[in-house]
Ligand binder design. Sequence first.
Ligand SMILES: Cc1ncc(COP(=O)(O)O)c(C=O)c1O
Length: 372
Amino acid sequence: MIYLDYAAHTPVCEEVLEAFQIAAKEFIGNPNSPHTPGVLAKKRLEKASENIGHILHAKTNEIIYTSGASESNNLAIKGIAKNYQRYGKHIITSFLEHASVTGTVAALKNEGYEVDFVNVTKDGIIDLEHLKELLREDTILVSTALVDSEIGIIQPIDRIYELVKTMPHCFFHVDATQAVGKIPVAFDNMDLMTISGHKIYGLTGCGALLKKENIMLEPLIHGGISTTSFRSGTPALALCISLESAVKYTTEHLSEFYELVKNKNLMIRRALAKNKNIIIHTPLEGSPYILNLSLKGVNTNALQAVLDEKGICVATKSACCAVNTVSKPVYAMTKDKKLSLATLRISLSHLTTIEEIESFLEVFEDAILKNS
Ligand SMILES: Cc1ncc(COP(=O)(O)O)c(C=O)c1O
């Protein structure tokens, strides 16, 4: 099998699994309990937050553990919207966002919030002039991904933050799920940031929302004040430690992995450039981990199934999107419905080998011929 869908899910790495297993056996207490096992568990949890914070430029108390990026995005967006509605009910996001962002703003729209989608340029970059026009005194939130999950565009976060901060009560949430451990990320010019374990060789079912300490959120999960009042419930200590380990592992190897992936990415680009029916959407300046393309005149859903039969796993869109629908990010960029229906997302890892790319290209080119 040749797995080229690492943007949807990565295999857990040995170090992470080991850290999880050790923690699951070692800590028997609930971090909220006042006795010794509880205190030891709490200390270890704080150590995990301190270490993640140290790597990502956040304070220990700015990390809220969640079940993954979808929950973090929901908590950030609903949490701000509900808590700061006294200042306004206007939210801005883009069509490049993951379903856990667009779905959340759609739910808020049904509750009377106003949502605007900022345009992106033909290169997929958020149109800063349009953002300036959309921002209002009653805008309380702008939410964008640092790297989107479908095309892999890297957004100019610092410039967006500058604009957001021209408004009196507006917060900036950044979905960094596809960025952490892949490109340099710091929790500096933003108010809230989403991360997820299973995109970075961690375990599925853990993630975090980083939140500047002065910001208040209406929680999604009400209950007692466990480690934070923003998310009740006993913290899954071993999962939190697995997240710490995954963040550490990927950021420590960031440049090395980046180079490996970039080379494979260029290899695919060079090979595909020969086929005039292939339009590559991910710009060279985008994340090398994602390569999004459209195949003119090809049903990519059928092609994906054919490739799967031949042991090649790629995606047509983000894993959370329905099949046979347009790719909203590609449509936002190209305004071309046909191209947006014929997308394919290849996503890479440092684990991807040259042999895998060669085999993929061979099968892919053959499959395109038969499916066009
Ligand atoms: C940019 C982005 N945000 C959020 C998510 C949701 O992540 P999770 O599966 O951890 O909920 C994904 C997953 O594909 C993603 O790529």
